[in-house]
Design a protein around this ligand. Structure first.
Ligand code: GAP
Length: 468
């Protein structure tokens, strides 16, 4: 495996133990194990009330940067199920696989490159039938002998229609990208975009991972946020570098600590079957540096293969140069879940305030599940509760807001800090006289009196300022 960019010393993770994030997620309603009352299902996770807000905000922020703020990229929402031939043509049926080894005594199965002692093997070594014996690898569970590696295809299969036979076989898509390639002509013709232009899509993908894990880092059902940028062949290398920097700065823009992001280029024998060049943006997770997003130069592989297999022309006519050619593709491929997970981990901090621990999720306001919480100082005073109701009514038409009166004000503040709410609005007895409320800032804990009628403007202005 080639080294990552040398400038990056290890800054350490923002939280030492993944368990801290897993337990906060469960306790506060970000993420639950799927089907938990039946004992769960491996590698599938459900997003609770706060998690769904966070993930939707991440997807929205991505869409804003990739589609809304640009003239040259349009959106698409293609089906999860596609003609099975798509996956034959794309190369996934033949080569979308990981090296699997099996314990000959307990029959547990492992992804070879995740076994202790095999993490840094090259792709060539991972396919070597003698590698297990040569390295003396054993089953981590019972030290039993392991089989030679074989390729295990990661695509889920199902059947379409009332027949369970090969003729009805379809796949759950393992990437959203193919939906974009097969719609290239439709989108280009209807949007009248000229090269260079892109098509963006957010949606579910499914992979029967051999060893999922690390909470929502590697799942069998997950979401991708992918953009395919169609360019002239001679421009692909330049756009690759541009998109790499743009994607890195998107994570900075939404608050990821720059030192915890680095790039790592794939070695030639590590490249996916479609890629000419691939660079991973890696994040320093509590379990090490791992891929967050991939930037790929896919050349004319995808459109070329689909043109050949479908018999339909996917060439582009460039009026400026009077040339016909198959566009090359620069892909930015991010995980919606992995991005949300990264923002959650990176936002986590613990502080000591007046001798007590304060846990804060320092989310960017655009990503925070709630932007503002409205809190009554005395819930037994109906006039205070009624004023809270009026403020909530005004806020929630434009801003995600929450009302909470289930504890003392100190506890309510701590609770909102722990779920990352940037501002709390407190209504007290004085508010009934002076028509003003206290707005508390999550990060500085500074408090300001703001007239009731100016609260929404106050919050919206601060959200705008955070975007600048
Ligand atoms: N279209 C190219 C492609 O799919 P990839 O590197 O296989 O490339 C892109 O996947 C991104 O999708 C990864 O960087 C990661 O964020 C996300 N991803 C891939 N497999 C995942 C899994 N099993 N669970 C969660 N996210 C995953």
């Amino acid at each position: 495996m080639p080294p990552a960019d040398p400038a990056s010393a290890d800054p350490g993770p923002s939280v030492a133990s993944l368990d801290t994030i897993v337990s906060l997620s469960k306790r506060r309603g970000f993420v639950f194990p799927s089907s938990e009352i039946y004992g769960g299902i491996n590698a599938v996770w459900d997003y609770g009330p706060l998690g769904v807000e966070l993930k939707n905000n991440v997807k929205r922020a991505w869409w804003r940067a990739m589609v809304q703020e640009r003239d040259d990229i349009v959106g698409l929402d293609a089906g999860i199920l596609m003609a099975p031939q798509v996956w034959v043509t794309s190369g996934h049926v033949a080569s979308f696989s990981d090296p699997l080894v099996e314990c000959e005594t307990c029959h547990r199965r492992y992804r070879l490159d995740e076994l202790p002692g095999a993490e840094n093997l090259s792709q060539t070594e991972l396919q070597d039938p003698t590698i297990v014996a040569r390295l003396g690898l054993k089953c981590p569970a019972d030290a039993g002998p392991l089989s030679a590696p074989r390729r295990f295809n990661l695509m889920f299969k199902t059947y379409m229609g009332p027949l369970e036979e090969d003729a009805a076989l379809v796949y759950l898509r393992p990437e959203t990208a193919q939906g974009i390639y097969v719609n290239f002509r439709n989108v280009q013709a209807t949007s009248r975009k000229k090269i260079p232009f892109g098509i963006a899509q957010v949606g579910k993908a499914f992979r029967n991972e051999i060893s999922p894990g690390n909470f929502v880092f590697r799942m069998r059902e997950f979401e991708q946020m992918e953009m395919q940028y169609f360019v002239r062949p001679d421009a692909a290398a330049g756009f690759f570098e541009e998109w790499l920097e743009r994607r890195r700065s998107w994570y900075h823009r939404y608050g990821v600590t720059p030192e915890r992001l680095r790039t790592r280029e794939h070695a030639p024998d590590e490249l996916a079957h479609y890629a000419r060049k691939a660079v991973d943006l890696e994040y320093r997770f509590p379990f090490g540096w791992k891929e967050l997003e991939g930037i790929h130069n896919r050349a004319d592989y995808d459109l070329g293969r689909h043109q050949e297999a479908s018999g339909q022309s996917l060439e582009y006519y460039d009026t400026a140069s009077d040339e016909h050619f198959i566009p090359w593709i620069v892909e930015t491929s991010a995980g919606g879940d992995r991005a949300a997970f990264t923002f959650l981990i990176d936002a986590y901090r613990e502080e000591e305030v007046r001798g007590e621990k304060r846990v804060v999720l320092g989310f960017h306001p655009d990503l925070a599940p709630y932007k503002v919480a409205v809190l009554p100082l005395l819930k037994k005073r109906p006039e205070i509760v009624e004023l809270c109701g009026r403020i909530m009514f005004d806020l929630r038409r434009d801003i995600m807001a929450v009302y909470d009166d289930t504890a003392s004000i100190g506890k309510l503040y701590r609770r909102q800090d722990e779920i990352g709410t940037p501002w709390c609005v407190t209504v007290d007895v004085e508010s009934l006289e002076d028509g003003a409320v206290t707005v508390r800032d999550r990060d500085t804990m500074a408090q300001e009196r703001v007239p009731v009628e100016g609260v929404k403007r106050f919050i919206l202005d601060r959200m705008e300022a955070a975007r600048a």
